[in-house]
Design a protein. Structure first.
Length: 117
């Protein structure tokens, strides 16, 4: 039986410009198109401040990281930002190794991420 990657994306508006996006499952070449479209639509509709909850992400590949960087760049161009929360240790290490800490800052929880706003 073929194992098909799945990604669940649930978003909740916190304010006019800020949305929290809960990610769970796998963020990879198979699931990136859906997430890219959802994040692009959010930013285009005025939600340029995105908090991405990565606590339930099981796997992220280079395509997934590229999608997150793309969203951060689009949000920044619209006057906003992307912040990660609840990033697992292995994913945090990867962000640090790749030097993405400034582009995709991570916080312990939602309150910390919003406090920086």
């Amino acid at each position: 039986m073929e194992n098909i990657a799945e990604l669940s994306v649930v978003s909740e508006a916190r304010s006019r410009s800020c949305v929290v996006v809960d990610l769970s499952g796998e963020l990879d070449v198979a699931t990136v198109p859906e997430l890219r479209q959802r994040l692009t639509t959010l930013i285009a509709s005025g939600h340029s401040e995105l908090v991405l909850d990565a606590g339930a992400l099981e796997f992220v590949d280079a395509t997934g990281l590229g999608c997150l960087v793309h969203a951060a760049n689009r949000a920044r161009a619209a006057g906003g930002w992307v912040r990660l929360i609840r990033v697992g240790q292995k994913h945090r290490r990867l962000l640090l190794i790749l030097g993405l800490g400034r582009t995709l800052p991570d916080y312990e929880d939602l309150a910390d991420a919003l406090r920086e706003a």
